[in-house]
Write a protein that binds this ligand. Structure first.
Ligand SMILES: Nc1ncnc2c1ncn2[C@@H]1O[C@H](COP(=O)(O)OP(=O)(O)OP(=O)(O)O)[C@@H](O)[C@H]1O
Length: 209
């Protein structure tokens, strides 16, 4: 569960947004909508503790994450957060399997991880592609690797930035289904999107700008 309370963000003189308030419960999906430049990615980055808000609070499962010191921020990102970035944030010069292995903690629980990784790759339509180097994959395939990483990580807060951007409609539908499955298994899901279909697949929407 996440609650955003009186959040504001300015860059110098320019106020991007102020007094943003919302709560998303466990199991729910929120769409962040608004024109290009309205600050959807910035708001996601604040919730992911990648960027600081100018004022206000972000409470995730009872913890005010705006107040965390650097080591606790790293633990929050490692243990709680699943993030689908616009640029996928994959290690390009490594295999698909390695990228997923890193997400679930390196060498710990290797056998368990291998099955979980195979299942996640199957789910996103990339079964048997685990040994390929990420830089050889298409943009849409890389986006699906990032989705598989979100599945294996079993986060409690998933933040997705335009997750259907590089995909055809069948794969876009699959991404939304997977995010819904994450919500059903107890995750809180927030999606920045320009897509009406994605917005309509969510439980509620918040408009910026
Ligand atoms: N570090 C920064 N310094 C100054 N301005 C910034 C910084 N980061 C973002 N901005 C500005 O904040 C605005 C919002 O950017 P953001 O990427 O959050 O918008 P968005 O709604 O996600 O846009 P899009 O739909 O195009 O992805 C933009 O005008 C951007 O230039």
């Amino acid at each position: 569960m996440i609650s955003v309370v009186g959040l504001a963000k300015s860059f110098g003189e320019r106020t991007l947004w102020s007094d943003v308030n919302f709560t998303v419960n466990k199991g729910e999906m929120l769409a962040l909508v608004g024109p290009s430049g309205s600050g959807k990615s910035t708001l996601l980055n604040c919730m992911g503790v990648l960027e600081r808000a100018s004022s206000g609070e972000i409470i995730v499962d009872g913890t005010n994450v705006t107040k965390l010191r650097a080591p606790a921020q790293r633990r929050f990102r490692r243990d709680t957060l699943g993030y689908l970035f616009q640029n996928y944030a994959l290690i390009e010069n490594a295999t698909v399997n390695f990228n997923l292995q890193v997400a679930v903690g390196g060498r710990r629980g290797r056998t368990l991880n291998r099955h979980a990784i195979e299942a996640a790759l199957d789910r996103v339509g990339l079964g048997n592609r685990g040994k390929e180097m990420v830089y050889r994959l298409s943009g849409g395939e890389q986006q699906r690797v990032a989705l598989a990483r979100l599945i294996v990580k079993k986060s409690t807060l998933a933040l997705a930035d335009e997750p259907t951007g590089a995909l055809d409609s069948a794969n876009a539908g699959m991404v939304i289904e997977v995010l819904r499955e994450q919500a059903e298994s107890g995750c809180t899901v927030i999606i920045a999107t320009h897509s009406k279909e994605v917005e309509q697949s969510c439980d509620s929407a918040l408009a910026l700008g």
